[in-house]
Design a protein around this ligand. Structure first.
Ligand SMILES: Cc1cc2nc3c(=O)[nH]c(=O)nc-3n(C[C@H](O)[C@H](O)[C@H](O)COP(=O)(O)OP(=O)(O)OC[C@H]3O[C@@H](n4cnc5c(N)ncnc54)[C@H](O)[C@@H]3O)c2cc1C
Length: 293
């Protein structure tokens, strides 16, 4: 992008209830006019949202015209089953997949529990990318971990794993969220040294609930700077201030990344729009088209 205005993408999760469906569509209506390069929809642990993910992705693409990407995991399905789902996406006009290993379902301990590949399934994300490449000419994004995936034996192993995913055909990596920009820049240097040339797009998590962000960061291996804990301290019962602080914190993080030349941002929206709209505005991204009705 030559204008200096960054390119943004938004991540949603498939709604469980009618009410959640309404909030998701409200968020999409507010975020769509910002002209995202794509939006993506997550896949519940163990394939629990297979149908809802599919319906949400295809509806977004059909009703908003925005390129929608379907997240996909290796968990709980054979290769043939996964290939068949990918084909239904291709047939529905979806051209972008986010290929992930996934975590064990909640019934088996969820994030952090010991992962056992499905017999007859794709074992790891690199295998899934290779498989998807054979199904159709998808654009494929994968996950990357500036602070190392918690189950990796070491950082080099994890970096080699990212290289395997790219060599298998991934065209973009989206990072796990992080709050320490230095860790991200060090990671970019290590990726470049390893010959990884695809974009490594920072995943930005606006903090709507600090306690939950801490818990999630712990499970994902993302460090939580002490200054953030101090900033959010005492705001549990003050949602208005918390909201302003959250927007400021995330906007500052993104502006610092932007100042170092980062031009693509992926937002974990948690199906809410207000913080992401505010942060995008601070980055110079404004509505390009009328809101979707
Ligand atoms: C942008 C993004 C989006 C996500 N979306 C979803 C989603 O929609 N649904 C969901 O359930 N989860 C999602 N996740 C979470 C993701 O599924 C977990 O982080 C999961 O634990 C790892 O997935 P991965 O694709 O990075 O796995 P992989 O790249 O396969 O790596 C997983 C771990 O295994 C190690 N490893 C890789 N290959 C081997 C091997 N051959 N032998 C031994 N170890 C190996 C790696 O080093 C790493 O520690 C997302 C994460 C990110 C960053």
């Amino acid at each position: 992008m030559t204008s200096g205005i960054p390119s943004v993408s938004f991540e949603f999760f498939p709604p469980k209830t009618e009410k959640m469906e309404q909030s998701l569509w409200q968020a999409i209506q507010r975020l769509a006019p910002l002209g995202p390069s794509f939006v993506s929809v997550t896949y519940g642990a163990g394939g629990s949202t297979r149908e809802r993910t599919h319906n949400t992705v295809t509806r977004i693409q059909k009703e908003t015209g925005i390129a929608a990407a379907a997240h996909f995991t290796c968990v709980g399905a054979t290769r043939d089953e996964i290939d068949a789902i990918a084909r239904t996406y291709w047939d529905a006009g979806i051209r972008h997949l986010v290929a992930l290993r996934g975590d064990p379902p909640e019934t088996e301990g969820g994030v952090g529990a010991r992962y056992v590949p499905h017999p007859g399934g794709y074992a790891y994300a690199a295998d899934l990318v290779e498989g998807m490449r054979k199904v159709a000419d998808f654009e494929i994004s994968v996950a990357a971990y500036p602070e190392t995936h918690p189950e990796a034996p070491n950082a080099q192993f994890d970096l080699d794993n990212l290289k395997r995913k790219v060599d298998a055909g991934a065209t973009r990596a989206i990072t796990q969220f992080f709050f320490d920009n230095d860790a991200y820049f060090r990671f970019l240097d290590r990726c470049a040294a390893a010959g990884i040339t695809v974009p490594i797009v920072p995943g930005i998590l606006p903090i709507t609930n600090f306690a939950r962000a801490v818990e999630f960061a712990g499970k994902c291996g993302a460090s939580m700077p002490k200054r953030l804990a101090e900033t959010f301290d005492g705001l549990d019962s003050d949602p208005e201030t918390r909201q302003l602080v959250a927007a400021t914190v995330a906007a500052e993080q993104c502006q610092a990344l932007q100042a170092q030349g980062i031009k693509d941002f992926h937002f974990y929206t948690l199906n809410r729009s207000e913080l992401t709209v505010a942060i995008c505005r601070m980055l110079g991204v404004k509505a390009k088209q009328p809101a979707v009705s």
